[in-house]
Design a protein around this ligand. Structure first.
Ligand code: AHR
Length: 504
């Protein structure tokens, strides 16, 4: 049996757990909105047309913020199309995903949905086909209390209270040649700075996110962040990161180590942002908004023939997630948490149907994918302060990332409520690992629970017919004695260990 060990100590403090780490993303893409969160004809729809079965799952998932309305979609979107009487809203061709947008759902519906669910809205602006004027118009419509043309239009449309949207993304993936209105770093940086300046004139308290790279594999990665931040540094709070992970050519060992790539990506962006800070002699530090992350079998999607028709709410990238996907997904949450000092906002892309933890059938049921579980359990149990954990672990050589430790972990400590949680992953493809955890620094006296997500079949998935085929189960191979815990982590598994502590 392989062995790993680690020490959890309240002195190894990283930063407070930021609730925005547990954000998600709703794009007008495929069936995320239509027949996802919104389906007026569904038997479980409420008076606003929102699916209550989906809303319940979103609550259970523990989502804190939702980014909207895209994604690539936003770069061709006219926000005015989505407000006002529904029968007067235009139907348009949507170029990013080659579909037809009915505009039955728009900003006011999104704001109402987030309010019902107690979620913080995060809005993306179109800096592809549009620019400064449309951005400040949208801000006036959304946030101004009343007495102006656009705020009164919102009131006339039924939203008497301002939406109070505090976080705004200045465009989406503007570095990507696929983006409608794609720009060079210089062109984008200048536009983003202008828009940010004007938005701050309206409300200096807004939190603004400049577009970083669409992924670390982009040829302009690094240079893009440096140029954009040089132009926008004083006017923005965040730089965005996007990255998707998948298994390449059956190389499960590398796939399981995807967290190593996420760690390196985050650390490179931190280094670039801090280099710009030094160059400009600036005081503040730029935060990171990892506002698109997930497992996505993107190569399969790119290999498909592009659509030639213009369907309404088609089935697009409805990836079915298996056990190994969920284990990788859990390890990505470990990476995000361990960087909580700089990654203070994140959005799982996406929320429903489109590469999502929640699936639905039109007129039918909604169910949890395997990835639902690590997200819900991390959101529910990561409380208080993030603690750095440095496991002493056996390593494995991987084709994509070189040597990686088999066991990765992070912990959180909520001294006030006498709770701690340890999130662990065993990335071995075939061997269990016994982990010894020194908990004496926490004075942990009881294991409240230890849930492990694992299955003999690493490719097992949840389906409409068997929605609970894969669920986390109580791990009975756990002992705690004199502040030292021992647990067996099966191969390809993700675990959350909840500890009860004496209250301080
Ligand atoms: O989440 C799917 C797509 O991935 C988004 O629209 C885009 O921003 C990214 O490339």
């Amino acid at each position: 049996m392989l062995h790993a060990s680690m020490t959890i100590d309240p002195a190894f403090r990283v930063a407070p757990v930021n609730r925005r780490t547990f954000g998600s993303f709703v794009e007008h893409m495929g069936r995320c909105v239509y027949t996802g969160i919104y389906e007026p004809e569904h038997p479980a729809a409420d008076a606003d047309g929102f699916r209550t079965d989906v809303a319940e799952l979103v609550r259970e998932l523990g989502v804190t913020t939702v980014r909207y309305p895209g994604g690539n979609f936003v770069s061709g979107y006219r926000w005015e199309d989505g407000v006002g009487p529904k029968d007067q809203r235009p139907v348009r061709r949507e170029l990013a995903w080659h579909s037809t947008e009915t505009n039955r759902f728009g900003l006011d519906e999104f704001a109402a949905w987030t309010r019902k669910l107690g979620i913080e809205p995060m809005m993306a602006l179109n800096l592809g086909t549009r620019g400064l004027q449309e951005a400040i118009d949208l801000l006036e419509y959304a946030n101004h209390p009343g007495g102006t043309r656009l705020s009164d239009r919102r009131i006339a449309n039924g939203s008497t209270e301002p939406h109070g949207i505090g976080m705004w993304c200045l465009g989406n993936e503007m570095d990507g040649p696929w983006q409608i209105g794609h720009k060079t770093a210089h062109e984008y940086g200048r536009l983003a700075a202008e828009v940010a300046r004007a938005m701050r004139m309206s409300d200096p308290g807004l939190e603004l996110v400049a577009c970083g790279s669409s992924g670390p594999e982009m040829p302009t990665f690094g240079a893009w962040e440096a140029e954009v931040l040089e132009q926008t540094y004083d006017h923005v709070d965040y730089i965005s990161l996007h990255s998707y992970y998948e298994e390449h050519d059956g190389d499960l060992a590398s796939f399981l180590a995807s967290g190593a790539e996420m760690d390196a990506f985050i650390e490179s962006v931190v280094a670039t942002a801090d280099a710009v800070r030094a160059k400009l002699g600036a005081k503040k530090r730029i935060q990171l908004s990892f506002d698109e992350w997930n497992v996505w079998y993107r190569l399969r999607f790119e290999a498909q023939e592009p659509s030639t028709d213009w369907p309404v709410a088609p089935r697009v990238i409805e990836d079915r997630y298996h056990v190994a996907d969920a284990v990788v997904f859990g390890s990505l949450l470990i990476s995000l948490l361990r960087h909580s000092d700089r990654v203070t906002s994140a959005s799982l892309a996406q929320l429903v149907n489109v590469i999502a933890p929640i699936m639905t059938e039109p007129g039918g049921p909604a169910w949890r994918q395997t990835t639902f579980h690590p997200f819900a359990l991390t959101s529910a149990n990561a409380k208080g302060t993030v603690l750095r954990v440095e496991p002493r672990s056996p390593v494995r050589e991987t084709a994509r990332y070189g040597e990686v430790p088999l066991v990765d972990a992070v912990a959180t400590h909520d001294a006030e409520n006498g709770e701690a949680a340890v999130f662990l992953v065993n990335r071995s493809t075939d061997e269990p690992v016994t982990v010894e955890v020194d908990l004496r620094g926490l004075a942990a006296d009881r294991v409240a629970s230890c849930l492990t997500l694992h299955d003999e079949d690493v490719y097992a998935a949840n389906t409409r017919e068997r929605p609970d085929r894969v669920v986390p189960r109580e791990n009975t191979d756990v002992r705690l004695e004199d502040g030292r815990l021992s647990a067996v982590l099966p191969p390809v598994s993700w675990t959350v260990l909840k500890l009860a502590l004496p209250r301080t």
